[in-house]
Design a protein around this ligand. Structure first.
Ligand SMILES: [Zn+2]
Length: 151
């Protein structure tokens, strides 16, 4: 639980956090599209009244599998997002707002970082034209030819 920020002990109106997430972060997920990574995350938390604006800025790359040849592929990730957070009780559910239990005030940043890394990846991750694993590409080409013949 290294990515917990306690809102109840936040006394200044603004807090800045800096994390680096690497292979362990992604490999700790049971089912992850991402096999590893090297991402810098800057988080700024602004307290406005009883709410908090949490801005996440991501910069780096993750290691995934190519959707075409299944070889390793580096995918650059860059994103800048803001989420609203407020303290409340678990019964209060709002889709646009992350609700943190007011009794402990613990905001878990880990799922936010993970979600925004995944969201910043393209829907289809493939190597550039001609960059795929040549053996796999040859098999794919052959498969495509066979498929055409079946039609
Ligand atoms: Zn590929």
């Amino acid at each position: 639980m290294a990515y917990i920020f306690n809102l109840n002990t936040m006394h200044a109106p603004k807090a800045k956090l800096q994390y680096h997430i690497g292979d362990e972060f992604f490999q700790s997920k049971d089912y992850s599209l991402v096999k590893g990574g090297d991402v810098d995350v800057s988080i700024t938390i602004n307290k406005v009244g009883n709410a908090y604006g949490v801005r996440l800025h991501l910069d780096g790359k993750v290691f995934a599998s190519c959707d075409r040849c299944a070889d390793d592929l580096d995918v650059e990730v860059h994103s800048d997002n803001e989420v609203s957070v407020r303290l409340g009780t678990a019964e209060q559910v709002d889709e646009d707002v992350v609700c943190v239990d007011e009794r402990d005030g613990e905001l878990d940043l880990e799922p936010l970082m993970y979600d925004y890394v995944i969201l910043s990846m393209p829907a289809r991750c493939v190597h550039g034209e001609g960059q795929c694993n040549p053996d796999m590409q040859a098999q794919l080409d052959q498969y495509l030819v066979n498929t055409d013949e079946d039609l």
